[in-house]
Design a binder for this molecule. Structure first.
Ligand SMILES: [Zn+2]
Ligand SMILES: [Zn+2]
Length: 353
């Protein structure tokens, strides 16, 4: 099957990143040609991640075309990419490529490769009609998982699967984990995985009725509203005064990190997921960390095996992202809502066909 490929395409571009950034719709972007290992993917939709605000705020060097949760179909292959990929439905993730030969890659963790390249950072992202992807790092999408359901799993879902797997062997079924930001794109999927797959007791932290409802539907045992309650006191109350066994800090908001160590009991684990400004440092007393035996671990996205397992869980209906679909022209508004923490669940943008 040969799909006609135009020479120009529509896309959404971040201009002048920083306090007065703009998001501009373009219809004259070039459609790129795949390099040796690359394929050209015609996108149908993309999820938008809270981390996009790092790009619009200018907290690092990002590509003007953001987005890294793209679903589409392969319509062209590079000279070294398998021809068999043509017409397959695929996911384009944050990990565009990794070196494949360093000790991190060969240990099965290319997403921590120091030489990795990222979609929407080193190469253009998924807020365009046609995106290039490295065939070696594509994710096949099972037939029974719809585009809108699959998209949020590519970063939000995978990030939470990766973070919660860091607690395997640390927590036992029934142990308690605090998930902050539980009503957001990542958080609600984290609650589902922790409660439904791991069998842990989830104490969800977020704010507002909508996020409370989503957190409880996702399987949380308790919800703590950080704007209305003293989170540390409430979590202690819910854990016989000891604190939770672990916490996963999902928001990029510094205030979520400030309380993290106080939410866990001695020998507890703090998993850092959220991405505040690069100059924000963890506010933890080194002495208390040692005396209390606290473990602090970082986690970023996950492996292709974790991705495949998550998509299978979605196909079985165990994990279901709460998705709201938007038009392509609503991108600027979604980014503003993400900045204001006003999106419950995941925003998915439909790409014009
Ligand atoms: Zn992301
Ligand atoms: Zn590597």
């Amino acid at each position: 099957m040969t799909v006609p490929i135009p020479t120009t395409q529509q896309g959404t571009v971040v201009v002048n990143p920083g306090p007065s950034y703009q998001i501009i719709h373009r219809d004259d972007l070039p459609v790129p040609q795949p390099g040796d290992h690359e394929v050209l993917v015609k996108l149908t939709c993309t999820g938008l991640c809270h981390s996009e605000i790092r790009a619009t705020s200018g907290w690092g060097n990002y590509n003007p075309i953001i987005g890294h949760e793209g679903i589409g179909t392969v319509i062209q292959t590079g000279s070294l990419a398998p021809q068999s990929l043509l017409s397959s439905r695929v996911g384009v993730k944050w990990l565009y490529s990794a070196c494949t030969h360093c000790s991190i890659c060969t240990s099965g963790h290319p997403h921590y490769c120091p030489h990795q390249r990222n979609t929407s950072r080193h190469v253009p992202g998924t807020l365009q009609q046609y995106v290039l992807a490295d065939a070696r790092f594509l994710t096949p999408i099972p037939e029974t998982v719809t585009d809108e359901i699959a998209a949020p799993l590519l970063c939000a879902g995978l990030t939470m699967a990766g973070a919660l797997d860091r607690l395997d062997g640390v927590l036992r079924p029934g142990d308690s984990v605090v998930i902050s930001g539980s009503g957001g794109g990542l958080g609600h999927l984290g609650v589902q995985i922790a409660a439904r797959v791991k069998g842990w007791r989830v104490l969800a932290v977020d704010s507002g009725e909508e996020k409370r409802r989503l957190s409880m539907e996702a399987g949380a045992t308790e919800f703590v509203d950080f704007r209305a309650e003293d989170v540390v006191a409430r979590v202690r109350e819910l854990t016989d005064g000891e604190g939770a066994h672990a916490t996963v800090v999902v928001p990029g908001d510094p205030s979520a990190f400030r309380v993290a160590a106080d939410l866990v009991r001695n020998l507890g684990t703090v998993v850092c997921v959220g991405l505040p400004r690069n100059d924000f440092e963890l506010p933890v007393s080194a002495t208390l960390c040692a005396a209390r035996g606290i473990s602090i671990v970082g986690s970023s996205v996950g492996t292709e095996e974790q991705m495949a397992e998550l998509l299978q869980l979605a196909a079985q209906g165990v994990i279901t992202p709460a998705v709201k679909c938007y038009g392509f022209d609503e991108t600027a508004k979604i980014i503003r809502d993400l900045e204001e923490d006003a999106i419950t669940g995941r925003a998915v943008v439909r790409i014009p066909q």
